[in-house]
Design a binder for this molecule. Sequence first.
Ligand SMILES: NC(=O)c1ccc[n+]([C@@H]2O[C@H](COP(=O)([O-])OP(=O)(O)OC[C@H]3O[C@@H](n4cnc5c(N)ncnc54)[C@H](OP(=O)(O)O)[C@@H]3O)[C@@H](O)[C@H]2O)c1
Length: 327
Amino acid sequence: MKKYNVAVVGATGLVGTTILKVLEERDFPIQKLTLLASRKSKGEELMFRDRKYLVEELNENSFDADIDIAFFAAGGGISERYAPIAASKGVVVIDNSSVFRMDEGVPLVVPEVNGEDTFKNCGIIANPNCSTIQCMLPLKAIDNKHKIKRVVYSTYQSVSGSGLKGLKDLEEGKNGFYPYNIMENLIPHIDVFLDNGYTKEEMKMIQESRKILHRDDLKVTATTVRVPVKFSHCVSINIELEEEFDLKGIRTILSSYPGIIVKDDLKNLQYPMPIDVEGKDEVYVGRIRRDYSLDNGLNIWVVADNIRKGAATNAVQIAQVLIGKED
Ligand SMILES: NC(=O)c1ccc[n+]([C@@H]2O[C@H](COP(=O)([O-])OP(=O)(O)OC[C@H]3O[C@@H](n4cnc5c(N)ncnc54)[C@H](OP(=O)(O)O)[C@@H]3O)[C@@H](O)[C@H]2O)c1
């Protein structure tokens, strides 16, 4: 089997270290592994497949070596500056930041939903926003059968979505990164506020959903909220369908879709919660019920590990599509 030279930019961060874990779990065929981070981490040792690797400082020459695939997980500024350099040297970049997601020549991919878009890349493939990724699987499953007219997202996003600094704020009960203390609180403010009154996170969910689902006409709105939970994001999705549907049919559609686990047994108090979903690669769906305030309305509750399916797992799955290896 062909093996690939792989680099991870931001290898010491929450997403970067999880990318390494997922590459190992999925037995990704690696010839040479290059780990890159800031000057602060230069010389740090990280383990991969029982071998120690030294972290190198990222610089403009980092991609001169023969690298096939580079995962970028070091923030938007680093991606903006270094991803085009890597791509110009023949590297295929799988980028976790939001910088290139809406660019025309950059595919925005959730492999179970639009894996075929992976191959339309010009050197950069974007990994979608973490909350968006987990919503795409159930929405695509439903949209395939009953066209969706409108979607309302309300999110409950864990602090690990802000990286190590978010976890630190919750653990220490201080507001070093967030504008307010997140402990025993909820903050309806993720990323910066825009002129239209939405946050950038909310606009990412709206625009990225349309791009991934190939539904420019889809009506979408979102409210995104940070909650004092360490790992896994939850999204309440209210969906209006174009036509009548059968609830049993919706359950069948969802449970037979790749990457979705339906956990919805009210008698036994079974519904998805962050505490159970942490560390899992699948998207969990529960609380499937009609919205009686609409003719064809549906409510679902969707939970996924934001560092895994919301970032690292999805990025590695994209790489697997790229090299033609399904897990
Ligand atoms: N957390 C999530 O749920 C999530 C989900 C989807 C996407 N993302 C995206 O993934 C990226 C990483 O997020 P994270 O949560 O893993 O953040 P993080 O835990 O704070 O890690 C940041 C990483 O970036 C590296 N870095 C910082 N400055 C650098 C520089 N000047 N040069 C090279 N490397 C540098 C850090 O290296 P040092 O250790 O050396 O500082 C570290 O490895 C971001 O773009 C984020 O938006 C995150």
